[in-house]
Design a protein around this ligand. Structure first.
Ligand code: ADP
Length: 580
């Protein structure tokens, strides 16, 4: 069981300083509790009760009495320091596990992330890492302390067996010890599955949370408040049920062990009577026995926590062990700045079962402004997503300047591409920092120039804090047109030879519209541009048009030839022109 956690002990290794301190005080705690108390009872206290002996000097009485608080102070201080260092180790582990998990999320292919609810991924990163931390630090803590206490107490029992006449008694006591392991084992087995179920319910609850918050407008617009509350209520009650199933088993453990130990004590009493064991021997043995059961109980608890930890570990490993399918090649092709010729050769791609692109062949010369048109769901975005290798082609290949995208370092490939999406996402930071994302190292001058080129400078200057204005979560404090201009400014700053542009479908206010169009006209100069086009003006101005239908490119050419030669294009274009 513990072997499951082995790869993760490297986290413990990183915290070995605090861990050693924890273990040292744990050992001290174990020794003072398991061995210390029975020793006092057996060897230090008896003179106090020996009423036939000559009276002792007061200082000896005080010394004997004082040994109790001394022992307990030592036990308390070592117990405290042990817990302190265990916690310290724990939070350090938690930090590194969480960082590793987060690091992994940055590199996982988009296709993996799209299959998961983001709330569930968050829950794995917060709740499951917390459970794992708890388990690991419990192992580090009680995993040493309790077996030590148990060994101390067992050692005392064995020592008694050899030095006094109560050997048989000791054997009887010892016989009960393995029995107590049975409930521990049984409960442990019951818990793993239930714990996994509970953690996934927790994932459901946080998915609901995230989904609800991100759809706050829709909830109000469609009057879904009550429905949402009910849905959330179902998720939380599922969680409560799952939690109680664990409580049911975990809480049964202590009483079960206590009943078994009580039977052990009863048996010991019977044997003590027959073997004519002395009172102080009996008391010492009972104390040692009690001190055996205490650690067994704790070890039982440890065991159930290990099972819960295992469940969380499996959920984390589901993400941590997910292969990174989109990675740098072992020997990357040397790439500098692209000229920008994009070629698709026999490309097929599917998100799931049915293909989103089929036998796509096209050659887009460097410097072409290429409009992608077609009904929705035809495969235009998919086509554009394959260029920066957001997804991996099924068969065939995408090359840029004759080099397959899979042969290049991801950073080289993506560094040569700028992306302006339909709904640009901004980070909750200042406008300045949001612009600066466009380029790894950019001077203030470069950033201001880019903002001017994108017609963003004007509106930024008018904001009370100018470039230092915070944009809110996902840029919620800016208008759609403003966000677009910031995204365009980023692309100016990036100055990449390839530009992928997802044109906004919804109309912007006319000022923004004119500014955005003008900025875009400047931005596309001299670049290879893929535009997922919705505006007929954009389409007409493109030097090359690809018409998509059901995952295929059904026609290509310029506006005039397609308009007269392709029925689908003509109907799409007329609809656009009619709408405009
Ligand atoms: P377009 O951009 O032309 O509207 P897309 O490229 O977005 O079309 O979609 C092409 C096909 O792939 C559609 O059938 C769509 O349902 C499917 N699709 C798009 N994105 C995903 C995804 N992330 N997961 C699964 N299927 C997808």
């Amino acid at each position: 069981m513990l072997r499951r956690f082995q790869p993760y002990f490297r986290y413990l290794k990183a915290a070995r300083g605090t861990l050693s301190a924890a273990v040292f005080y744990g050992l001290l705690f174990g020794a003072t509790s398991g061995l210390g108390l029975p020793t006092l009872v057996k060897y230090v206290f008896p003179p106090i009760f020996d009423h036939d002996a000559p009276p002792m000097e007061l200082k000896y009485v005080l010394l004997i009495a004082g040994s109790v608080p001394m022992l307990f102070v030592l036990r308390a201080v070592s117990g405290y320091l042990n817990s302190y260092y265990v916690q310290l180790t724990g939070v350090r582990i938690l930090e590194s596990v969480r960082l590793d998990y987060f690091r992994k999320l940055q590199w996982l292919p988009l296709s993996f992330l799209q299959r998961k609810a983001s709330g569930d991924l968050v829950s794995r990163g917060l709740a499951d890492t917390a459970q794992l931390q708890f388990t690991l630090s419990l192992i580090a803590n009680d995993g040493v302390k309790q077996p030590m206490a148990l060994l101390g107490a067992l050692g005392f029992l064995v020592w008694q067996a050899f030095t006094t006449d109560g050997a048989l008694l000791v054997l009887v006591c010892l016989a009960v010890v393995p029995l107590t392991v049975l409930p521990v084992h049984y409960v442990g087995k019951k818990i793993v599955k239930r714990a996994q179920h509970m953690q996934s319910q927790l994932g459901d609850v946080s998915s609901h949370f995230m989904e609800n918050l991100s759809a706050a407008r829709e909830v109000r617009a469609f009057g879904l408040e009550q429905r949402e509350i009910e849905r959330f209520g179902r998720a939380t009650s599922g969680l409560v049920n799952a939690q109680m199933k664990i409580v049911k088993y975990a809480q049964a453990l202590t009483p079960a062990i206590e009943i078994l130990s009580a039977i052990g004590i009863a048996a010991t009493l019977v044997f003590a009577y027959h073997a004519r064991v002395k009172w102080e021997t009996f008391i010492a043995i009972i104390t040692a026995l009690y001190l055996c059961y205490e650690p067994i109980k704790k070890i039982g608890y440890l065991n159930s926590e290990i099972n819960r930890g295992t469940a969380s570990l499996e959920r984390l490993e589901h993400v941590l062990n997910e292969p990174l399918t989109i990675t740098d090649p072992a020997v990357p092709a040397p790439v500098t700045r692209f000229r920008g010729r994009i070629t698709f050769k026999d490309v097929t791609f599917a998100y799931g079962e049915s293909p989103a692109l089929q036998s796509v062949n096209v050659d887009i010369p460097a410097g072409t402004i290429c409009a992608l048109v077609g009904p929705s769901g035809a495969g235009k975005s998919t086509f554009a997503n394959l260029v920066p290798r957001f997804f991996e082609v099924g068969t065939g290949g995408v090359t840029i300047d004759g080099i397959d995208v899979r042969a290049m370092r991801l950073a080289d490939l993506r560094g040569n591409i700028a992306l302006v999406s339909q709904e640009p996402v901004l980070f909750n930071d200042t406008i300045y920092h949001n612009l600066a994302l466009g380029k790894a190292v950019a001077s203030r001058d470069e950033i201001l120039t880019a903002a001017r080129n994108a017609h963003a400078h004007e509106f930024i200057e008018k904001l009370p804090l100018g470039y230092d204005t915070m944009v809110g979560e996902r840029g919620s404090l800016l208008s759609g047109g403003q966000k677009q201009r910031i995204a365009i400014a980023r692309a100016f700053l990036r100055n990449a030879p390839i530009l992928i542009l997802d044109e906004a479908t919804s109309a912007l206010d006319s000022d923004s519209e004119a500014a955005v169009q003008d900025a875009l006209r400047k931005l596309v100069q001299g670049k290879t541009v893929l535009i997922i086009a919705h505006r007929f003006s954009t389409i007409r101005d493109a030097s090359m048009i690809l018409v998509f239908d059901q995952g295929r490119i059904v026609a290509q050419g310029d506006h005039a030839s397609l308009y007269s030669g392709n029925a689908l294009y003509k109907s799409l274009y007329d609809r656009q022109a009619g709408a405009a």
